[in-house]
Design a protein around this ligand. Sequence first.
Ligand SMILES: Cc1ncc(COP(=O)(O)O)c(C=O)c1O
Ligand SMILES: [Zn+2]
Length: 392
Amino acid sequence: MLLTHLTCTSCGLRHDWKKLHNLCIACQKPLVAIYDLENIRLVLTREGLTARRGKSLWRFHEVLPLPPNTEPVSLGEGGTPLLWAKRFGKKCGMENLWIKDESQNPTQSFKARGMSVAVSMAKYLGATKLAVPSAGNAGGALAAYAARAGLEAHVFMPRDTPRANIIECRELGADVTLVDGLITDCGAELAKRKEAEGWFEMSTLKEPYRLEGKKTLGYELAEQLNWQLPEAILYPTGGGTGLIGMWKAFDEMEALGWIDRKRPRMFSVQASGCAPIVNAFEKGETSAPEFPKAHTIASGLRVPKAIADFLMLKILRESKGGAVAIDDEQMIRTTRELGSTEGLFVAPEGAACFAALKSLLEAKQISPDEQVVVFNTGSGIKYLDCYEEGTR
Ligand SMILES: Cc1ncc(COP(=O)(O)O)c(C=O)c1O
Ligand SMILES: [Zn+2]
C-alpha cells in the first residue's frame, strides 16, 4: 500500500488512513493524504502510463488512496480533453490558449472526480450513509456515485440551487433537503443531524479524498502537455479543491521526477457577489473572512466561507498568481462568446474564467504570448434557469 497516512495541513498531526476521518482531531483543519513517493517512483514512470490503463482517472491508481485489488466506484470520470481555443484565443490576441473541458465528466462536472475517489474510500472504510452540503454539482456527483456503490446519499442544497441539480439528485435516488440559505447554512444543518442519523460527512476538504480525485486534474494536464506545465492557470474557485488538488499533484509529480520545479501562476476566479478569496488576496491576508450577503448565478462560486481559505491564499501567492472577481452579467455575456467561438456551452463558473482572462490580459498580468489553461468545470445545461433570466 503506497498511501502511508493522513496529515493535518495546519498542525501536522498524523492520522491513520485506515479509519474514516473528517477534520484533524486536534485543530479541526483539513487532512491530506500522504504517499510513499520514493517507492511509487520505482513502480510508476511516465512511460508506464500507456493507453492500456484506459482514460479514466484511475489510470493514476498508484497515486490514489484505494488499496490495490479493490474495485473503484467509477462511471468513467476524468480523461477529459484539453482543447485548443483557437478562435476565442485569436480574439484575445493569443495563440496558446487551452480549455480543460470538465463538462465531459459523468454528471457533467469536475465534481465527479472527487466523488469517485471519496465514495470509493468511504465504502472501503465501511461508511453506508453519505451526506454533503452542495451548491449543486457536488450533490449530483455524490448522488450518482453513492447509487453506483449501493450507499445512501443525503444532499443539502440551498433552495435556489439550479433546478437541474435538484432534479438530478432526486432522480439518482438521493434524499434531498432544500435549505433557505447558502451552502454554509446547508453545512450547519447537516452537522446538526449527522451524528443521530449515522451519516459520514463528505463536505469539501472536511473529508480527505475528494481532494485526491481533484488532483488528477493536475496529473492529466501535465500528461496532456507533455510534462511541461503552462505559464498560467485560471480556475473558478469556491471551496478550492481543484486549486489545492492541482498544486498537490505538481509537488507529487516533482517528487516522482516527472516534472521540474517550474509552476504555473495560479489565478482564482470568483464572482463579484461572492469573492472572499479575491478580497483577502488583495488585502494581503492569510485567511478570508465570511463574505457578507453572497449572491451569484454561478452557484459553485457561492461559497462565502471556505475551510481551506488559508491554503488557497498560500498557493496564489507562492505561484505569483492572483485572484479576480467577475460579475454575473459578464459571465452570461462570455458564455455566448465562448459558445459561439469554441462550440462549448460552458457553466457560468467556466465563463467567469474566460472573462477573467480578458481582465488579466488588459492588466498585463498575463501576456498574450503565454501558454494559458482555463478550466471549464461544468456544463451550461445545468443552469438553464440562469440563462433564461439573463436573456429576458
Ligand atoms: C461548476 C463548478 N465550478 C467550480 C466550483 C468550485 O469548486 P472548488 O470547490 O474546486 O473551488 C464548483 C463547486 O460547486 C462548481 O460546481
Ligand atoms: Zn491539526
